[in-house]
Ligand binder design. Sequence first.
Ligand code: ADP
Length: 257
Amino acid sequence: MPSEHTDAAADGLLLSARGLHKSFGENHVLRGVDLDIAPGTVHALIGPSGSGKTTVLRSLNGLETPDAGSLRIGDLAIDFARPPGRRERAALHRASAMVFQQHHLFPHLTVLGNVTIGPVRVQGRDRDEATADALALLDRVGLREKADAYPSSLSGGQQQRVGIVRALALAPSMLLFDEPTSSLDPELVGEVLAVMTELAADGWTMAVVTHELGFAREVADEVSFFDEGVVVERGAPAQLFGDPRHERTKRFLQRLQ
Ligand code: ADP
Protein backbone atom coordinates (compact mmCIF):
# COMPACT_ATOMS: atom_id res chain seq x y z
CA MET A 1 0.00 0.00 0.00
CA PRO A 2 1.12 3.59 -0.49
CA SER A 3 3.02 5.13 2.37
CA GLU A 4 1.21 7.40 4.75
CA HIS A 5 2.98 10.50 3.52
CA THR A 6 0.49 11.06 0.74
CA ASP A 7 -1.38 13.77 2.60
CA ALA A 8 -2.52 16.46 0.23
CA ALA A 9 -1.65 20.07 0.89
CA ALA A 10 -4.34 22.73 1.26
CA ASP A 11 -4.76 22.86 -2.52
CA GLY A 12 -5.51 19.14 -2.60
CA LEU A 13 -2.35 18.32 -4.54
CA LEU A 14 0.50 15.99 -3.65
CA LEU A 15 2.77 17.52 -6.28
CA SER A 16 2.78 20.95 -7.83
CA ALA A 17 5.45 22.26 -10.19
CA ARG A 18 5.43 25.79 -11.57
CA GLY A 19 7.43 27.37 -14.36
CA LEU A 20 10.21 24.80 -14.60
CA HIS A 21 13.02 25.85 -16.91
CA LYS A 22 16.11 23.86 -17.74
CA SER A 23 18.88 24.31 -20.28
CA PHE A 24 21.66 21.92 -21.19
CA GLY A 25 24.23 24.33 -22.63
CA GLU A 26 22.45 26.17 -25.47
CA ASN A 27 19.61 23.66 -25.51
CA HIS A 28 16.65 25.17 -23.64
CA VAL A 29 14.74 21.92 -23.01
CA LEU A 30 12.17 22.98 -20.38
CA ARG A 31 10.50 26.29 -21.16
CA GLY A 32 8.08 26.82 -18.31
CA VAL A 33 6.51 23.50 -17.32
CA ASP A 34 3.61 23.35 -14.86
CA LEU A 35 2.45 20.04 -13.43
CA ASP A 36 -0.19 19.25 -10.80
CA ILE A 37 -0.77 15.78 -9.41
CA ALA A 38 -3.45 14.96 -6.84
CA PRO A 39 -2.80 12.17 -4.34
CA GLY A 40 -3.88 8.72 -5.48
CA THR A 41 -3.94 9.65 -9.15
CA VAL A 42 -1.94 8.59 -12.20
CA HIS A 43 -0.55 11.34 -14.42
CA ALA A 44 0.77 10.32 -17.85
CA LEU A 45 3.39 12.47 -19.61
CA ILE A 46 3.22 11.93 -23.37
CA GLY A 47 4.68 13.68 -26.41
CA PRO A 48 7.39 13.42 -29.03
CA SER A 49 10.95 12.37 -28.25
CA GLY A 50 13.07 15.23 -26.98
CA SER A 51 10.10 17.28 -25.73
CA GLY A 52 11.42 17.28 -22.14
CA LYS A 53 9.31 14.60 -20.42
CA THR A 54 12.21 12.69 -18.90
CA THR A 55 13.93 15.89 -17.81
CA VAL A 56 10.78 16.88 -15.92
CA LEU A 57 10.52 13.48 -14.27
CA ARG A 58 14.19 13.54 -13.26
CA SER A 59 13.72 17.05 -11.88
CA LEU A 60 10.88 15.80 -9.66
CA ASN A 61 13.28 13.24 -8.15
CA GLY A 62 16.23 15.62 -7.71
CA LEU A 63 18.26 13.92 -10.45
CA GLU A 64 18.23 17.15 -12.48
CA THR A 65 18.07 20.65 -11.06
CA PRO A 66 15.91 23.13 -12.98
CA ASP A 67 17.37 26.59 -13.57
CA ALA A 68 14.12 28.28 -12.54
CA GLY A 69 10.66 27.50 -11.24
CA SER A 70 9.38 25.89 -8.10
CA LEU A 71 8.31 22.49 -6.91
CA ARG A 72 6.30 21.19 -3.99
CA ILE A 73 5.91 17.54 -3.07
CA GLY A 74 3.97 16.94 0.12
CA ASP A 75 5.38 19.37 2.66
CA LEU A 76 8.67 19.88 0.83
CA ALA A 77 8.86 23.12 -1.16
CA ILE A 78 11.81 24.18 -3.32
CA ASP A 79 12.27 27.42 -5.24
CA PHE A 80 14.92 26.88 -7.91
CA ALA A 81 15.69 30.61 -8.04
CA ARG A 82 18.30 29.58 -5.48
CA PRO A 83 20.11 26.28 -6.28
CA PRO A 84 18.93 23.69 -3.73
CA GLY A 85 21.50 22.50 -1.23
CA ARG A 86 22.50 18.91 -0.60
CA ARG A 87 19.86 18.42 2.10
CA GLU A 88 17.06 19.75 -0.07
CA ARG A 89 18.13 17.57 -2.98
CA ALA A 90 18.30 14.54 -0.69
CA ALA A 91 14.82 15.29 0.68
CA LEU A 92 13.51 15.61 -2.87
CA HIS A 93 15.16 12.34 -3.80
CA ARG A 94 13.43 10.62 -0.87
CA ALA A 95 9.98 12.01 -1.61
CA SER A 96 9.53 9.91 -4.71
CA ALA A 97 11.03 6.75 -6.16
CA MET A 98 11.95 6.30 -9.78
CA VAL A 99 11.53 3.25 -12.01
CA PHE A 100 13.90 3.61 -14.94
CA GLN A 101 13.73 2.46 -18.52
CA GLN A 102 16.60 0.10 -17.75
CA HIS A 103 16.17 -1.54 -14.37
CA HIS A 104 19.79 -0.98 -13.18
CA LEU A 105 19.67 -3.99 -10.84
CA PHE A 106 22.95 -4.92 -9.14
CA PRO A 107 24.09 -8.12 -10.92
CA HIS A 108 26.04 -9.42 -7.90
CA LEU A 109 23.05 -9.18 -5.52
CA THR A 110 20.05 -11.50 -5.39
CA VAL A 111 16.59 -10.18 -6.09
CA LEU A 112 16.02 -9.85 -2.34
CA GLY A 113 19.38 -8.11 -1.91
CA ASN A 114 18.50 -5.64 -4.65
CA VAL A 115 15.21 -4.79 -2.97
CA THR A 116 16.52 -4.46 0.60
CA ILE A 117 19.76 -2.56 -0.06
CA GLY A 118 18.02 0.83 -0.26
CA PRO A 119 15.88 0.47 2.87
CA VAL A 120 18.74 -1.06 4.92
CA ARG A 121 21.83 0.82 3.70
CA VAL A 122 20.32 4.18 2.82
CA GLN A 123 17.30 4.42 5.11
CA GLY A 124 18.85 2.53 8.02
CA ARG A 125 15.87 0.21 8.44
CA ASP A 126 16.07 -2.99 10.45
CA ARG A 127 17.21 -5.79 8.11
CA ASP A 128 14.65 -8.38 9.26
CA GLU A 129 11.79 -5.95 8.90
CA ALA A 130 13.01 -4.77 5.51
CA THR A 131 13.37 -8.39 4.40
CA ALA A 132 9.82 -9.26 5.51
CA ASP A 133 8.46 -6.21 3.68
CA ALA A 134 10.50 -7.01 0.57
CA LEU A 135 9.19 -10.59 0.47
CA ALA A 136 5.61 -9.34 0.79
CA LEU A 137 6.16 -6.89 -2.06
CA LEU A 138 7.78 -9.56 -4.25
CA ASP A 139 4.77 -11.75 -3.52
CA ARG A 140 2.55 -8.87 -4.61
CA VAL A 141 4.10 -8.89 -8.11
CA GLY A 142 4.33 -12.68 -8.37
CA LEU A 143 8.07 -12.94 -7.78
CA ARG A 144 8.29 -14.31 -4.25
CA GLU A 145 9.92 -17.54 -5.51
CA LYS A 146 12.65 -15.52 -7.25
CA ALA A 147 13.86 -13.85 -4.05
CA ASP A 148 17.15 -15.80 -4.03
CA ALA A 149 17.71 -15.68 -7.79
CA TYR A 150 20.20 -13.36 -9.48
CA PRO A 151 18.96 -10.75 -11.96
CA SER A 152 20.71 -12.43 -14.92
CA SER A 153 18.45 -15.48 -14.53
CA LEU A 154 15.26 -13.39 -14.87
CA SER A 155 13.43 -12.28 -17.99
CA GLY A 156 13.43 -8.58 -18.86
CA GLY A 157 9.84 -8.28 -17.63
CA GLN A 158 10.68 -9.96 -14.32
CA GLN A 159 13.70 -7.70 -13.89
CA GLN A 160 11.56 -4.65 -14.47
CA ARG A 161 9.01 -5.92 -11.91
CA VAL A 162 11.90 -6.21 -9.43
CA GLY A 163 12.78 -2.62 -10.36
CA ILE A 164 9.25 -1.62 -9.41
CA VAL A 165 9.43 -3.52 -6.10
CA ARG A 166 12.74 -1.83 -5.34
CA ALA A 167 11.04 1.54 -5.74
CA LEU A 168 8.06 0.48 -3.60
CA ALA A 169 10.37 -0.77 -0.83
CA LEU A 170 11.60 2.78 -0.30
CA ALA A 171 8.06 3.74 0.84
CA PRO A 172 8.01 6.95 -1.21
CA SER A 173 5.06 9.29 -1.34
CA MET A 174 4.86 8.81 -5.11
CA LEU A 175 6.25 6.68 -7.91
CA LEU A 176 7.89 8.03 -11.06
CA PHE A 177 8.12 5.81 -14.13
CA ASP A 178 10.42 6.73 -17.01
CA GLU A 179 9.28 4.73 -20.03
CA PRO A 180 9.33 1.54 -17.96
CA THR A 181 8.47 -0.77 -20.86
CA SER A 182 10.35 0.75 -23.76
CA SER A 183 13.41 -1.49 -23.46
CA LEU A 184 11.32 -4.68 -23.21
CA ASP A 185 10.49 -7.19 -25.91
CA PRO A 186 6.87 -6.64 -26.95
CA GLU A 187 5.65 -9.88 -25.34
CA LEU A 188 6.96 -8.74 -21.93
CA VAL A 189 5.35 -5.30 -21.92
CA GLY A 190 1.96 -6.55 -20.72
CA GLU A 191 3.15 -8.05 -17.43
CA VAL A 192 4.83 -4.77 -16.41
CA LEU A 193 1.83 -2.64 -17.38
CA ALA A 194 -0.37 -5.07 -15.42
CA VAL A 195 1.67 -4.47 -12.25
CA MET A 196 1.46 -0.71 -12.81
CA THR A 197 -2.29 -0.95 -13.28
CA GLU A 198 -2.58 -2.81 -9.97
CA LEU A 199 -0.48 -0.18 -8.20
CA ALA A 200 -2.76 2.51 -9.57
CA ALA A 201 -5.78 0.60 -8.30
CA ASP A 202 -4.08 0.34 -4.88
CA GLY A 203 -4.03 4.12 -4.72
CA TRP A 204 -0.41 4.90 -5.51
CA THR A 205 0.27 8.37 -6.85
CA MET A 206 2.16 7.91 -10.10
CA ALA A 207 3.76 10.06 -12.80
CA VAL A 208 4.45 7.99 -15.90
CA VAL A 209 6.43 9.00 -18.99
CA THR A 210 5.14 6.60 -21.59
CA HIS A 211 4.77 5.81 -25.26
CA GLU A 212 2.08 3.29 -24.34
CA LEU A 213 -0.89 5.45 -25.22
CA GLY A 214 -3.32 2.57 -24.59
CA PHE A 215 -2.07 2.42 -21.00
CA ALA A 216 -2.30 6.20 -20.64
CA ARG A 217 -5.83 6.13 -21.97
CA GLU A 218 -7.02 3.33 -19.71
CA VAL A 219 -5.12 3.90 -16.47
CA ALA A 220 -4.21 7.59 -16.25
CA ASP A 221 -6.49 10.07 -14.52
CA GLU A 222 -4.83 12.95 -16.32
CA VAL A 223 -2.53 13.30 -19.31
CA SER A 224 -0.08 16.09 -20.12
CA PHE A 225 0.98 16.41 -23.75
CA PHE A 226 4.50 17.83 -24.06
CA ASP A 227 6.03 19.48 -27.09
CA GLU A 228 9.22 21.54 -27.30
CA GLY A 229 9.62 21.92 -23.56
CA VAL A 230 6.11 22.98 -22.60
CA VAL A 231 2.86 21.26 -21.66
CA VAL A 232 0.77 22.11 -24.70
CA GLU A 233 -2.38 20.49 -23.41
CA ARG A 234 -3.51 18.72 -20.31
CA GLY A 235 -6.73 16.87 -19.66
CA ALA A 236 -8.57 13.69 -18.82
CA PRO A 237 -7.60 10.88 -21.21
CA ALA A 238 -11.04 10.71 -22.82
CA GLN A 239 -10.85 14.41 -23.70
CA LEU A 240 -7.19 14.60 -24.67
CA PHE A 241 -7.24 11.47 -26.84
CA GLY A 242 -10.83 11.74 -28.02
CA ASP A 243 -11.14 15.46 -28.62
CA PRO A 244 -7.73 17.17 -28.47
CA ARG A 245 -7.92 20.96 -28.48
CA HIS A 246 -4.52 21.86 -29.88
CA GLU A 247 -3.24 21.34 -33.39
CA ARG A 248 0.06 20.02 -32.08
CA THR A 249 -1.73 17.36 -29.99
CA LYS A 250 -3.89 16.40 -32.97
CA ARG A 251 -0.85 16.06 -35.23
CA PHE A 252 1.01 13.94 -32.67
CA LEU A 253 -1.94 11.59 -32.16
CA GLN A 254 -2.63 11.35 -35.91
CA ARG A 255 0.95 10.40 -36.63
CA LEU A 256 0.61 7.45 -34.26
CA GLN A 257 -2.56 6.09 -35.80
P1 ADP B 1 11.87 13.22 -23.76
O1 ADP B 1 11.84 12.46 -22.49
O2 ADP B 1 10.61 13.95 -24.06
O3 ADP B 1 12.31 12.35 -24.93
P2 ADP B 1 14.22 14.46 -22.67
O4 ADP B 1 13.83 15.17 -21.44
O5 ADP B 1 14.88 13.12 -22.53
O6 ADP B 1 12.98 14.35 -23.65
O7 ADP B 1 15.21 15.36 -23.51
C1 ADP B 1 14.93 16.71 -23.86
C2 ADP B 1 16.16 17.32 -24.50
O8 ADP B 1 17.16 17.47 -23.51
C3 ADP B 1 16.77 16.50 -25.61
O9 ADP B 1 17.22 17.38 -26.62
C4 ADP B 1 17.96 15.82 -24.93
O10 ADP B 1 18.98 15.55 -25.86
C5 ADP B 1 18.39 16.87 -23.93
N1 ADP B 1 19.02 16.29 -22.73
C6 ADP B 1 18.43 15.51 -21.81
N2 ADP B 1 19.27 15.20 -20.82
C7 ADP B 1 20.45 15.79 -21.12
C8 ADP B 1 21.74 15.85 -20.50
N3 ADP B 1 21.97 15.23 -19.34
N4 ADP B 1 22.70 16.56 -21.11
C9 ADP B 1 22.47 17.20 -22.28
N5 ADP B 1 21.28 17.19 -22.93
C10 ADP B 1 20.30 16.49 -22.36
